[in-house]
Design a binder for this molecule. Structure first.
Ligand code: IYR
Length: 225
């Protein structure tokens, strides 16, 4: 069987003048550098169209074989939020009281986290991100996806950046194991929950850990220097 190449279209691209390029790069870094992981959320509502646009942005992520192997389950219903909180706190209680080795607990100490997750009910949005290990073709046959975790990770990164640019606070929350989310949200077992992205306004008196970021010299090397 011969494989046909996909049809192509001209790339929509506008080169930036050098000064504008520098400005944009600097401004984006400055904006992203104000992002903090927040745990003190306000219950103020956020318009749904804001979340929708941020999800559209997430959906522009590159993905293995362009399979776009992500699903975002967006929860605002208080009863579903309560169920998610109960499921998560059950796992977290296990984690903090027995499952986590001491070195992991020590690593988490600066963050001040524990098994109580009130933000799962208080924040206006819980975006549960599922990775689709398989697709279904028109006949319902399983179709393998590729680089699924990488692809969904990139989409989540773009989603976090989009929500931050829209002026919202986020928290990446990963209770483990997360299988309970498939049943609460009626997602098929071909999908694996990767994370709960909590989104909303921060509480007026929100506080965050006094921790910093590694400098460029520590996170990058140039060849040649
Ligand atoms: N999932 C737990 C523990 C936790 C683990 C890591 I690694 C963190 O960076 C933060 C928390 C919790 O959410 O409390």
């Amino acid at each position: 069987m011969t494989k046909e190449r996909a049809a192509t279209i001209a790339l929509d691209y506008q080169e930036l003048p050098g000064t504008e390029m520098s400005r944009q790069a600097e401004a984006f870094y400055a904006a992203m550098n104000t992002r903090r992981t927040v745990r003190d959320f306000s219950d103020r509502p956020v318009p749904r169209h804001i979340i929708e646009d941020c999800l559209r942005a997430a959906g522009t992520a590159p993905s293995g074989a362009n399979r776009q192997p992500w699903h975002f389950a967006v929860v605002t219903d208080p009863a579903i939020k309560r169920q998610i909180r109960e499921g998560a706190e059950e796992e977290e209680k296990e984690f903090y009281n027995s499952r986590a080795p001491q070195d992991w607990l020590d690593a988490l100490a600066p963050l001040g986290t524990d098994e109580h997750k009130p933000f799962l009910e208080r924040a206006p949005y819980l975006i549960v991100v599922f990775a689709q290990k398989f697709d279904r073709d028109a006949e319902g046959n399983k179709l393998k996806n590729y680089y699924v975790t990488e692809s969904v990770g990139i989409a989540i990164g773009i989603l976090i950046a989009a929500l931050h640019q829209a002026g919202l606070a986020t928290l990446t929350h990963t209770p483990a194991p997360m299988k309970f989310l498939n049943s609460i949200l009626a997602r098929p077992d071909t999908e694996k929950p990767l994370m709960i992205l909590v989104a909303g306004y921060p509480e007026d008196d929100a506080r965050v850990p006094a921790i910093g970021r590694k400098p460029l010299e520590e996170i990058a090397s140039f060849h040649p220097a």
